[in-house]
Design a protein around this ligand. Structure first.
Ligand SMILES: CC(C)(COP(=O)(O)OP(=O)(O)OC[C@H]1O[C@@H](n2cnc3c(N)ncnc32)[C@H](O)[C@@H]1OP(=O)(O)O)[C@@H](O)C(=O)NCCC(=O)NCCS
Length: 187
């Protein structure tokens, strides 16, 4: 797949390059990122370099589409559609993201994720986008809820990361869902 950039009101989303590795390394020093994602910890420059190279491969194979998020030319986060599966009845994928510590709470991730979700439904013709998080990740769940995701339940010890296993919260969004936030029983 050809890499695609997405532009929103305040943000530019484009695939990360080697020139972004230092900013990625710096952002991933925040313990909240490995706490709630599968990002390795400790996080070294080599992890960022490897990640950028993998992102190239993922775009080329079409299995994942990953964008670095920029506000005023500063890298403020990362977002992607993962495990993209094609199917004649429409494909599916899972959304994942992190924001740098200083960039949080400004609505950046909601804005970026809305563009990614729209792109996934229109360009990849996805029939479903899934979201999952370690149970208790309220900021991530609120981001997904703000986008219109419906909470679908908790699965015990369903998630794995380099740190071990965790209970998972699961949610999903379909192309025709009303995007207005609905109540989530865990929030
Ligand atoms: C989850 C994360 C990406 C949210 O990014 P963000 O740019 O701060 O998100 P936004 O500013 O767009 O806010 C999205 C929602 O989260 C809420 N939120 C943000 N920070 C919060 C916090 N610390 N506590 C509670 N809610 C929070 C916002 O109020 C908003 O919800 P609302 O629309 O119901 O008010 C960010 O907190 C993060 O990177 N966390 C660490 C990594 C992570 O958990 N990634 C997700 C793994 S599943």
């Amino acid at each position: 797949m050809e890499k695609v950039a997405l532009i929103t009101e305040r943000l530019v989303l484009r695939a990360p390059t080697d020139a972004d590795a230092a900013a990625i390394e710096a952002a991933c020093q925040d313990p909240a990122i490995p706490r709630w994602t599968t990002v390795p910890s400790p996080y070294a420059r080599k992890d960022a370099d490897d990640f950028v190279r993998l992102v190239d491969e993922w775009w080329a194979s079409g299995v994942e589409t990953v964008w670095a998020i920029f506000a005023e030319d500063r890298l403020v986060g990362m977002i992607g559609l993962h495990d993209i599966a094609r199917h004649h009845a429409g494909g599916h994928a899972e959304i994942g993201f992190w924001a740098g510590r200083e960039a949080r709470g400004r609505g950046y991730m909601t804005e970026a994720a809305r563009a990614v979700v729209d792109w996934g439904f229109s360009e990849l013709r996805l029939a479903r986008i899934a979201w999952r998080a370690v149970a208790g990740n309220v900021p991530s769940a609120r981001t997904a809820r703000a986008l219109g995701f419906r909470y679908e339940g908790l699965q015990r010890q369903a998630l794995t990361s380099p740190r071990g296993r965790d209970d998972g919260w699961f949610a999903g969004l379909l192309p025709d869902d009303d995007r207005s936030p609905v109540d989530w029983p865990v929030l």
